[in-house]
Design a protein around this ligand. Structure first.
Ligand code: HEM
Length: 427
């Protein structure tokens, strides 16, 4: 890793003994203390460390919940109720975990859109970005399986709808669904394997985050100008104390926001039907996933049979399969973003045309989220289809074309120059 140069020294004999055999103290000093960080980072650079802290909160509260939870269809629902009523502070631990999932997605989505705005996915940070996408996929799988565990109506029907999607895949579809279910319907075996995987995946995410940070520390953070560090002395400051303090301030704000939901609106992000025990014989009127899946759910539902008829090669697959492919493609296409974006300017602050399209894209994602939460009828279906079209059109066509045609603004000579108001370099 390319961290700061460590000047680590200690008077403690034990520390020196360990350091001589395993230089962990100088490593931490170089990576977390001296680590040279661009001096112009704004508050959007807080969200990576905030995501890391929420992950820790999720793992700790999750382990505490697991101590009183029973992964069996007969007992799961009542074991959650027992946590809420009888376990000491059980309500707090559960609301921390449930609302923590929403906080995690809010923070990570802001973190991603920060990366999209400042072009943090561009060379040499492509692998850093791609690991981020894998983290997102792992987070989604974890959240999906976690929602099944309380064994409420939405748990059961959400699991049934989403796992059934795989059956649209030719040949491998049916075996995949049976493997997910561990039987022929969503049942006890399904709940058991989801619990096992829900416990496992957060630790996979921890491993991915280490790789994410390793890749980050190879080339250091990007910054609001998108100009690389040229002179370490002029352009950077040590991570500690400058950014540790800034991150702590951000953490204070996040925890206040988080606490509001835990104490005043703990079920705001949830669905009332999940307080009814799962009943395979009663289908809820509207099956909706949690809010953070809604844009993807809208993409899935955009491929209705009548609309699909007008698409070339439609005879090759069913509308359902097209929806499933589009839903997964909407995330996987982000892996190609570093190569789709042809501009060599990173930050949208210097890309006037791209900036407009960026904000249209943000609105498009919000529209998808809104449509995903409504019943699929009338004009909403058409809005969902146009929003889906624009999502892919933006990433596959707008991003490369604007990257080539746009005339960017002049970049500052360096990070230091952008702060000191020194002359701008002609692009
Ligand atoms: C559990 C989830 C995640 C954690 C804990 C995490 C952690 C971090 C941390 C601590 C940083 C450095 C501080 C910062 O730049 O904010 C960072 C940077 C970065 N992350 Fe993440 N991350 C997560 C998910 C993601 C996702 C889903 C993506 C995108 C797909 C992503 C893309 C990036 C990029 C591109 C950078 C470099 C930003 C820059 O230097 O401008 N991360 N991440």
């Amino acid at each position: 890793m390319s961290g700061g140069t460590s000047k680590f020294q200690s008077n403690n004999g034990l520390v020196n003994w360990v350091e001589h055999r395993l230089p962990i103290f100088s490593f931490m000093d170089a990576q977390l203390n001296q680590y040279p960080t661009p001096k112009n980072l704004n508050y959007f650079w807080n969200f990576g460390s905030l995501a890391g802290i929420i992950l820790v909160i999720m793992i700790v509260s999750g382990i505490a919940l697991a101590m009183s939870y029973t992964p069996h269809t007969e007992f799961a629902f009542s074991s959650v109720e027992r946590i809420m009523r009888d376990v000491n502070s059980g309500w707090l631990i559960r609301y921390l975990h449930v609302n923590g999932a929403s906080m995690f997605f809010i923070v990570v989505y802001i973190h991603m859109f920060r990366g999209l705005y400042y072009g943090s996915y561009k060379a040499p940070r492509e692998i850093l970005w791609m690991i981020g996408i894998f983290i997102l996929l792992a987070m989604m799988a974890t959240a999906f399986m976690g929602y099944v565990l309380p064994w409420g109506q939405m748990s059961f029907w959400g699991a049934t709808v989403i796992t059934n999607l795989f059956s649209a895949l030719p040949i491998i579809g049916e075996p995949i669904v049976k493997l997910l279910w561990g039987g022929f319907v969503v049942e006890n075996a399904t709940l058991n394997r989801f619990f096992a995987l829900h416990y496992l995946l957060p630790f996979v995410i921890v491993g991915l985050i280490f790789m994410h940070l390793w890749a980050l520390h190879m080339h250091h953070s990007n910054n609001p100008t998108g100009v690389e560090i040229k002179d370490e002395k002029q352009d950077t400051i040590p991570f500690h104390p400058y950014y540790t303090i800034k991150d702590l301030y951000g953490l204070g704000l996040l925890l206040t926001f988080f606490a509001f939901f835990i104490f005043f609106a703990p079920n705001y992000f949830g669905h009332p039907d999940n307080y009814i025990m799962a009943d395979p014989l009663v289908t809820p009127a509207h099956i909706v996933p949690e809010w953070y899946f809604l844009p993807f759910y809208a993409i899935l539902r955009a491929f209705t049979t009548d609309f699909f008829m007008y698409i070339p090669f439609a005879w090759l697959m069913s509308a359902k399969l097209a929806g499933v492919i589009a839903m997964f493609a909407s995330i996987l296409v982000l892996l190609a973003l570093p190569w789709l974006d042809r501009s060599h300017i990173r930050s949208s602050n210097y890309r006037p045309a791209f900036r407009i399209f960026y904000w249209v894209f943000v609105i498009d994602c919000l529209v998808l989220g809104w449509v995903g939460g409504q019943a699929a009828e009338g004009i909403l279906v058409t809005i969902g289809q146009w929003a889906t079209f624009w999502y892919f059109f933006h990433l596959i066509i707008v991003v490369p074309v604007v990257g080539v045609l746009e005339r960017p603004k002049a970049l500052p000579n360096s990070i230091a120059a952008s702060i000191n108001g020194a002359p701008q370099a002609a692009e």
